[in-house]
Design a protein around this ligand. Structure first.
Ligand code: ATP
Length: 359
């Protein structure tokens, strides 16, 4: 079992609270992503798990082993943690062939020659690089080097796979292929994996669960669908995709978990979800640009949320247009396939695409 448990983990560099009391559990075989903006503490968390850095406090446990305990310090040194760490820079040894790069971690672990050979070939086959065993790193493309770096980690059969932005050096198309491939491989091997990225699409596409981080804390830990459709606050609503925020006041929370909100201009809006906040509290209604429909004529349906607005800007995005509007005293972004030529428009969105978040 390689369940990972982190309790109240902290790492301070002087006054900088790089991680500030993080708690999370990663189930055996789970793919969990740490997602957040630059400097939010993702790499520091990964380094603490690998043992490359000593935390200021908290507990790190894997299976029945305690790696670190704030009261007792480091209990399992990094070389005994059996963590496979892969970084953004492939860091293959340039003077060694692919084969020798993979042999190195096995030699350190004193694996005999025959077993070494077997494991190297099986790891290279896993990443579909067995034909390249005799090449040097400079004779490989970026994507191929990335796969070899992963094979070099898989070859010693780690119980935890720690990946720090491993795809960020690949071009956009290769990156999409690589993420599908990596996700499929991870599931096949069933290795407990922590993946660090600031790319929200990558996180949504690959993860079983996402820990959204901001300023050293985990602000939401949930499935990709949940962080997208039920963001825990304005930060998550805007970091995962993007959101418009309409200011208002909670009228009441409905029994189905949705709410009625009175916007600043007096308009009543229905949402599908709202946290439990007191009636009358200041709240924000978050709606994504892709969920706002624009029409030149007033829509007939009277149960949708309807704003009247004025287009102030338009950008062509290829498949869609992005419009900037002034509606209900607020600037709103809307994305739609339709080309609208009159500035006066009606903007509507379904209650199921609107959620209440706290400011
Ligand atoms: P990125 O996506 O840019 O890699 P990150 O989320 O991985 O960012 P970390 O590298 O974990 O962020 O850094 C978290 C915070 O800790 C940052 O504010 C960073 O400046 C700070 N920090 C990291 N290492 C040190 C250090 N050795 N000394 C002082 N501050 C540090």
């Amino acid at each position: 079992m390689s369940e990972l448990i982190i309790e109240n983990l902290a790492k301070h560099f002087g006054d900088v609270r790089a991680i500030d009391g993080i708690s999370l559990t990663v189930a055996d075989g789970e793919f969990l992503t740490l997602l957040g903006p630059s400097g939010c503490g993702k790499s520091t968390t990964l380094f603490a798990i690998a043992g490359l850095d000593t935390p200021t406090g908290g507990v790190i446990r894997v299976g029945n082993q305690t790696f670190f305990d704030g009261d007792r310090g480091i209990l399992v040194p990094p070389e005994k943690r059996n963590c496979g760490l892969v970084f953004q820079s492939y860091a293959l040894w340039p003077h060694m062939t692919v084969m020798d790069n993979l042999a190195f971690p096995l030699r350190i672990r004193k694996v005999g020659a025959a077993e070494r050979q077997r494991r190297i070939m099986s790891a290279l086959e896993l990443v579909e690089m067995d034909r390249y065993a005799k090449r040097y790193p400079h004779e490989l493309s970026g994507g191929q080097q990335q796969r070899v770096a992963l094979a070099r980690t898989l070859v010693f059969e780690p119980s935890l796979l720690l990946l720090d932005e491993p795809l960020s050096n690949l071009d956009a198309k290769l990156r999409i292929r690589a993420r599908n491939w990596l996700k499929e491989l991870q599931k096949r091997l069933n290795i407990t994996t922590i993946y660090v990225t600031h790319d929200q699409i990558e996180a949504l596409a690959m993860s079983d669960r996402i820990a959204v981080m901001n300023k050293g804390s985990v602000v939401q830990l949930a499935s990709p669908q949940e962080v997208y459709t039920r963001p825990s606050g304005a930060f998550v609503a805007d970091f995962i995709g993007s959101s418009n925020f309409l200011r208002g006041r909670m009228k009441h929370r409905n029994s189905d978990g949705g709410a009625e909100v009175i916007l600043e201009g007096g308009l009543q809006i229905r949402t599908i979800w709202a946290p439990e906040v007191q009636e009358g509290s200041d709240v924000l209604v978050a709606v994504r640009p892709e969920h706002i429909r624009l029409a030149a004529a007033r829509p007939a349906a009277n149960d949708t949320n309807l704003l009247t607005g004025r287009i102030t800007g338009r950008s062509y995005l290829g498949a869609r247009y992005q419009y900037a509007l002034e509606a209900g005293g607020t600037s709103i972004a809307a994305e739609t396939e339709d080309s609208l030529d009159r500035p006066e428009v009606y903007a509507t969105f379904e209650p199921e695409h609107a959620v209440v978040v706290l400011p």
